[in-house]
Design a protein around this ligand. Structure first.
Ligand code: FES
Length: 175
């Protein structure tokens, strides 16, 4: 699959997402007055309930508030707290702080990107993994570091990445 197709597949919404988005949009009327001051609280609530902000929900919020969709996109992308790709079952966060950078974080990020077939801030089409970078997590002595499902893994190498992914694969297959 080409990279662009993978990204597209990863960002496309499922039937389950669609139901949850419709439910969320239908709940707006009873939860938030139609005032533009409510835009950020509405976005926060959407992310809390859906795990991320799909384009469809931002368009629905724009319709609800009577503002151009572009305004909603601009506000959402301005704040770091919002994410636009669905969470994977496993979160992979590559530390790009100074010590990790010196220790080869670029190579590690590339290794994750190649193995998962996605770029940072993307989710695999099967929603198994999402990939992103983080600033220093305070474990510089273990550089280069990747935080996997909230747990710090130090001295990561491409070979260790293969081992970690194999372990997840086995777990998934119930071996
Ligand atoms: S720079 Fe990566 S843990 Fe500090």
């Amino acid at each position: 699959m080409a990279e662009s197709e993978k990204a597209k597949a990863a960002s496309s919404i499922t039937q389950e997402d669609k139901v949850r988005i419709d439910e969320f949009l239908a709940s707006l009327e009873s939860s938030f007055p139609r005032e533009t001051d409510n835009l950020i609280p509405i976005l926060q609530e959407a992310q809390r309930r859906l795990g991320y902000l799909p384009a469809e929900v931002m368009e629905g919020i724009a319709r609800y508030l009577g503002v151009p969709p572009m305004d909603v996109f601009s506000v959402a992308t301005f704040y770091n707290q919002f994410r636009f790709n669905p969470p994977g079952r496993h979160s992979i966060r590559v530390c790009m702080g100074t010590a990790c950078h010196v220790g080869g974080a670029r190579v590690i990020l590339d290794a994750w990107r190649r193995r998962l077939g996605i770029d940072r801030r993307q989710t695999t089409p099967d929603r198994e993994y999402d990939l992103d970078t983080v600033a220093c997590v305070g474990c510089c002595a273990m550089a280069p570091v990747t935080v996997i499902d909230g747990e710090v893994h130090g001295r990561i190498t491409p070979t260790r990445i293969d081992g970690i992914l194999l372990a997840f694969e086995r777990e998934r297959e119930g071996k």
